[in-house]
Structures are given as C-alpha cells and as structure tokens.
Design a protein around this ligand. Sequence first.
Ligand code: PRP
Ligand code: URA
Length: 208
Amino acid sequence: MRKVVVLKHPLIDHKMAKIRDKNTGTKEFRESVSEVGGLITYEITRDLDTVAKEIETPICKTTVYELKKQVVIVPILRAGLGMVEGIHNLIPTAKIGHVGLYRDEKTLEPQVYYKKFPEGFEDSVVLVVDPMLATAGSAAKAIDIVKEAGATDIRYVGLVGSPEGVERLQKDHPDVAIFLAALDSHLNEVGYIVPGLGDCGDRLFGTK
Ligand code: PRP
Ligand code: URA
C-alpha cells in the first residue's frame, strides 16, 4: 500500500489557519488555497526523475537536468481548480486535464459530468488535485477515470482529509500515494469534514 503523507511545514500551517477561518473572505481564501497547493507540490515532487542534457551557458558547456516525465495536473471540478494555479506556477510545463464530479447531496455518491485529458497522458506523472477528501467517493471515482484513460503514475494532492476518506482511498487505490496539508478528526452526519473548512467550492467561487 502507498503512503499517506501529512505535510508539516510552518508556512502550510499558517495558510491553513486562514483557510479554515470562517471570517476569511473569498479573495484571501482563493489565494491561500492556491498557495498551499504550490507548497505541497514543492514537497512531494522531490523524487521525480530527471534526465541530463548538455547545454551552453553564456560561459561554457554544461550538464543540466530536466524533468523526465510530463506532469499532468488533474483538478476535480470545481474545488480542485482552486489549487491549479499554485501548482502550475511551480511546474509551468505541466499540462492540465479535468474531471468534473459533484457529490449527490443525499446519497453523497459522485456524479460524473466531464472528463478530458492531454495527449501522452498514459506516460505522465498525474497529480489528481482536490482540496477535500471527505468520504473519498469523489477522489476514488476520479482516480478510476484517470486509470481508465491509461495513467499509472498517480498521486493524490489535497488540503484536508478525514480518516474515513484516507482509509477508503487506500483501500480502493492502494497504488496511489496521498498527500495532505491536514488530517482532521472525522466526518459529520452530512459528510462534511470536522473541523474542516466548510464547503470549499462555495467558498472559492462565492456561490453561497
Ligand atoms: C466537494 C469537494 C470534493 C468532494 C469531497 O465537491 O471539492 O470533490 O466534495 O467529498 P467526498 O470525498 O465525500 O466525495 P462537491 O461535490 O461539493 O462539488 P463542487 O466542488 O462542485 O462544489
Ligand atoms: N466537500 C467540502 O467542500 N467540504 C467538506 O467538508 C466535505 C466535502
């Protein structure tokens, strides 16, 4: 089984404090979600393979190192979109795929409404991003879809997880490492993470 990593970093904690606070407005919320996406990505991409290449600096020839595989960021719509910019700032060569899902409010089952992936997806490092790992129904379904499209090297990147969600995702996709900024206490009776940060999509897009 692949690992679950909860990243401990003072900057991540500081930004998570803003994100969790119900008095944080849409602009600061959106900026902080994006920034934490970038900070997590910096930490979790340390092990990506690189290839050597010969170039000339203005002074002389030298060997430099570039990422070996294409990276594809796959946000789960809508809330995953909030993390894309921060990740893309770090990996500007990354391509972006999309999976559109929403949780049915009564059953909490994920409903798929969109999917689109770039060329060469099968050979890429795929970062499936969604701030909230609650029941993990959405993440598990999104990873099913990403695997059906041929991806094999997949990492899940989120902000807040629940113990229930981590257990379910590890069971459904034991080959996928899970990276989070925080692992919270539990889910409440309507499937929200406690203490969590509320409805991430609504807070990002001001829809409530
Ligand atoms: C939220 C969140 C996740 C999902 C997590 O999306 O962004 O995708 O819930 O819950 P789960 O782990 O129980 O599946 P939501 O369904 O509210 O859609 P939205 O992003 O469009 O607001
Ligand atoms: N989706 C959210 O946006 N928040 C939660 O706490 C759970 C699912």
